[in-house]
Design a protein around this ligand. Structure first.
Ligand code: PLP
Length: 358
C-alpha cells in the first residue's frame, strides 16, 4: 500500500521485516522480546540503546533527560502543567489549531494560562511569525505545537524565549529534520508517526526542570520518577520501545536526520508543486510559508470530486488520503517512513485525476 496515514503511520518496510525475523526468538533467547522481563539484561540493553540513539540522532545534550513514557502526547498535555506550572506564573500557549487547543484546554484545568499568539483569524492556516508571539516575563513556560497534524502547518523557526522554558509538542515532526534541542525546555512526541508504533511517548526534558517540578503530584505523573529510574519505574511498553529502537537504527543507516530532511523536502515538493501547477484544480490549505513537510492538506473545489478522489485513490492502493474528520478535504501525511516512490505515485495519480476530471 501507498500509506499516507496520519497516525499510526507507515513504518519502514525493512524494519517490519527485521521485527518479523526476530518476533518469535529474540537474539537466541528462545522467546519474544515482548515476553521478557523489563528487568532482564536483554531488555535493559534495548531501553538503553533507544535512549542513546535518540541522543545521538537528535543531538540531545547531556543536561537533558530522555524519558520513554506511556499515555500518548495527550497525557503530556496534562502532565506538563502538573509538573511545571507554578502559582502566579501562567503557562503561555501559542494557538495554532486543534492540537494546540487540546494542550491549552488541559492546562486550564491545572492552573493559570495565557494565549501568547493565535492564528485563529486565519482559520489556523498559518503559523504565527516570531514577532507575533508575546511571552509574558512571568510565564512558567511557552508551549507551542511544532507541526499541526490536522491543519498541515509547521513552524520553520522557533522563538527565543530567554529564561522562559520553551515547550514543543513535536508529535508529528520529531526526527524529520535537525532541531537545536538546547533551545527547548521540553520536547515531547507520541511515537506513532515518525518513531515507530503507538504505545511509547518520548519526553526530552532539561534536567533542572525535572528537579524543580512539582513534588505534590502522584509518582507516576512526576517526570522526576521516570528520570531517576531510566524510564523503568514501572512496566514499560517494551515492544513499542523495541520497535522504536529498530526505527532509530533505520534512521541512522539512512544517514541521520539531516539526510531525512533532504528526502522529506524532495517528497513534499512533488506534491506541493502538483497542487501549485494545477491551475486551481487543487487548492493547498496552508499558507505557503507555513506548509508542513509532514502533512500536506489540500482540497478540490468541488466536494463531490474530493469523495471521488478518495474512492479512486483507494482502488489504486493509496491509503489515508481523506482529510481529518473535523476539517474535511484531503491530506497526505509524508512522514519519514513514506518512501519517495509513494509520493511519486501520488503525484502521478493527482495529475491523472485532474486530466480525467478537470
Ligand atoms: N499532538 C499532535 C501534534 C498530534 O498530531 C497528536 C496525534 O495525532 C497528538 C498530539 C495526540 O497524540 P496521542 O494520540 O499520542 O495522544
Amino acid at each position: 500500500a501507498f500509506n499516507f496515514n496520519a497516525g499510526p503511520a507507515a513504518i519502514p518496510l525493512e524494519v517490519l521485516k527485521q521485527a518479523q525475523e526476530q518476533f518469535v526468538d529474540y537474539q537466541g533467547a528462545g522467546m519474544s522480546i515482548m515476553e521478557m522481563s523489563h528487568r532482564s539484561k536483554m531488555y535493559e540493553a534495548v531501553n538503553d540503546k533507544s535512549q542513546s540513539l535518540l541522543r545521538e540522532l537528535f543531538g540531545i545534550p547531556e543536561n537533558y533527560d530522555v524519558l520513554l513514557l506511556q499515555g500518548g502526547a495527550s497525557t503530556q498535555f496534562a502532565l506538563l502543567p502538573m509538573n511545571l506550572l507554578q502559582p502566579g506564573k501562567p503557562g503561555a500557549y501559542v494557538m495554532t489549531g486543534a492540537w494546540a487547543d487540546k494542550a491549552l484546554k488541559e492546562a486550564k484545568l491545572v492552573g493559570e494560562t495565557v494565549v501568547s499568539a493565535s492564528t485563529e483569524a486565519d482559520k489556523f492556516m498559518r503559523m504565527p511569525t516570531l514577532s507575533e508571539i508575546e511571552i509574558p516575563g512571568n510565564a512558567s513556560y511557552l508551549h507551542l505545537t511544532s507541526n499541526e497534524t490536522i491543519g498541515g502547518t509547521q513552524f520553520k523557526e522557533f522563538p527565543e524565549t530567554g529564561d522562559v522554558p520553551l515547550i514543543a509538542d513535536m508529535s508529528s515532526d520529531i526526527l524529520s529534520k535537525p532541531v537545536d534541542v538546547s533551545k527547548f525546555g521540553v520536547i515531547y512526541a507520541g511515537a506513532q508517526k515518525n518513531l515507530g508504533p503507538s504505545g511509547v511517548t518520548l519526553v526530552i526534558i532539561r534536567k533542572d526542570l525535572v528537579e524543580n517540578g512539582s513534588k505534590s503530584i502522584p509518582a507516576m505523573f512526576r517526570y522526576s520518577t521516570h528520570a531517576k529510574s531510566g524510564s523503568l519505574y514501572n512496566t514499560p511498553p517494551s515492544f513499542s520501545v523495541y520497535m522504536m529502537n529498530l526505527v532509530l537504527e533505520w534512521i541512522k543507516n539512512k544517514g541521520g536526520v539531516a539526510q531525512l530532511d533532504q528526502i522529506n523536502q524532495s517528497k513534499t515538493k512533488l506534491i506541493y508543486d502538483t497542487i501549485d501547477q494545477s491551475g486551481g484544480f487543487y487548492i493547498g490549505c496552508a499558507q505557503p510559508q507555513s506548509r508542513s513537510l509532514m502533512n500536506i492538506t489540500f482540497r478540490i473545489q468541488n466536494e463531490e470530486l474530493e469523495g471521488l478522489f478518495v474512492k479512486e485513490s483507494e482502488k489504486e492502493g493509496f491509503v489515508g488520503l481523506k482529510g481529518h474528520r473535523d476539517v474535511g478535504g484531503l491530506r497526505a501525511s509524508t512522514y519519514n517512513a513514506v518512501p519517495l516512490e509513494s509520493c511519486q505515485a501520488l503525484q502521478q495519480f493527482m495529475v491523472d485525476f485532474q486530466k480525467r476530471n478537470g
